[in-house]
Design a protein around this ligand. Structure first.
Ligand SMILES: Cc1ncc(COP(=O)(O)O)c(C=O)c1O
Length: 407
């Protein structure tokens, strides 16, 4: 990470406040990730202070070492890892962190290395076969926290996670009873789907937890409500995060095991969406289509493949006063598929050579970048202005952060 423009190999300007406009003035040829450490810290503190339980960061959302360190410094001590590479990364970066291997289908070798080499004691599963795999790989360990993942609906979420993982209601009893025999601590986890637009998603899923506990008649030590906490994007403005926490806390309190069980959550998106945005250059305009220098194989996978919309701002000085119009984007590779339908609202006089900031790409944006076709990004740069939107305050930029909630 670089604090200013030397990252671009261009002249450096020394000022304490650095914004996307400052970086655009340096005319970077490659796309530049703009990092906002203060936004990640604010999100982490929000969860640490307001979620009445343990908040673990889902590393897949953005595995950047700088971000991991920021979250750790802000009080996030537990990390949801889904592959042995993520286990190794977090273990090497944050030796004091507690890792929870929450992928329900793991390689036996990965479980063994996680347990024997990296001290991982928490694993998730959704079948008796996976339970047996964990027993074999750990040498029948007796110090395991095992979380059985229930299949729950993704009806309230923008991205479904309802098909691939999770034990069905009719089979949950057997898996829970078998796991109870093996586990030192038994957990139940689920994932309501990413970008859950209503707290009801969690209330309904916790109803499934209640049913599973009653039917299996087991003592449960952990209820893990997973990820799914939303961020804010054009056309996807969720209610305040506090309302999600309130619904989860109240429902948890009503469960028969609440007096003895721990409450966990695994936010990915909500902790890092505001951490990064992307500065791109327009290389060509064709009507309402802008050819930009990043795309489907870069940080804009979701914009291309699932039609996710992100906020956009034209970074031109003086600012364009022309009314906005909807644009779509083409990315830099040769594929027709490298297309982002948007619509992305930008001034109607946007043209080749302009720089655009695309916001809210800290989660599942930078993490998805490939080098396909030789198109890569410049070194990230730290900026000090506010993200283009925030769930930890209202719209903040511009003008600057008068209404940011201070935690
Ligand atoms: C097991 C698990 N936990 C947490 C997350 C993070 O989800 P989100 O980014 O929606 O909070 C994911 C995402 O796929 C997941 O699979």
């Amino acid at each position: 990470m670089h604090k200013h423009h030397s990252a671009l190999g261009l002249a450096t300007a020394h000022s304490t406040a650095v914004t996307g406009v400052d970086i655009a003035k340096l005319c970077p040829v490659q796309p530049v990730t703009l990092l906002r450490p203060h936004a990640a810290r604010r999100a982490a503190r929000f969860f640490v202070e307001k979620f009445k339980g343990r908040s673990m960061y889902a590393v897949k959302a953005n595995p950047s070492v700088d971000l991991l360190c920021l979250l750790w410094e802000s009080g996030i001590t537990h990390y949801d890892v889904a592959s042995i590479a993520e286990v190794r990364l977090v273990a090497a970066t944050l030796p004091g962190a507690t890792l929870c291997f929450m992928h329900p289908v793991k390689a036996e070798e990965a479980i063994a290395e996680a347990y024997h080499t990296h001290g991982v004691r928490t694993f998730s599963l959704d079948t008796v076969e996976e339970l047996e795999k964990i027993q074999r790989a750990t040498g029948d360990a007796t110090d395991l926290t095992l979380c059985v993942r229930l299949r729950v609906s993704s009806d309230h979420s923008k991205l479904s996670l309802a098909s691939k993982f999770g034990v069905e209601a009719r089979e949950a009893r057997d898996v829970l009873m078998a796991t109870r025999q093996v586990a030192d601590a038994l957990g139940i986890c689920f994932h309501v789907g990413s970008q859950a637009m209503s707290p009801q998603a969690y209330v309904q899923a916790m109803g499934r937890v209640r049913q599973a506990i009653v039917e299996a008649g087991v003592t449960v030590d952990v209820v893990d409500v997973g990820g799914g906490f939303p961020s804010t994007y054009p056309g996807m403005e969720p209610p305040p995060l506090e309302s999600y926490f309130r619904a989860i806390h109240d429902t948890f309190e009503s469960l028969p095991i609440s007096y003895s069980a721990e409450l966990w959550c695994e936010p990915g998106r909500a902790l890092c969406a505001e951490y990064a945005s992307l500065l791109v250059r327009v290389e060509k305009r064709r009507g309402d289509e802008l050819y930009i220098n990043d795309g489907a194989y870069g940080a804009l996978f979701d914009a291309a493949h699932i039609g996710w919309r992100f906020p956009t701002t034209l970074l031109r000085e003086p600012e364009s006063e022309v009314r906005p119009m909807p644009f779509s984007f083409y990315g830099p590779t040769c594929d027709d598929m490298d297309h982002m339908a948007g619509p992305f609202l930008l001034p109607a006089d946007t043209h080749a050579g302009d720089y655009i900031e695309i916001g809210m790409l800290g989660a599942y944006g930078c993490a998805m970048r490939t080098g396909f076709n030789g198109f890569t990004a410049a070194e990230p740069v730290i900026v000090t202005d506010e993200p283009m939107a925030s769930l930890y305050g209202q719209r903040m930029n511009p003008p600057a952060a008068a209404n940011v909630i201070k935690l």
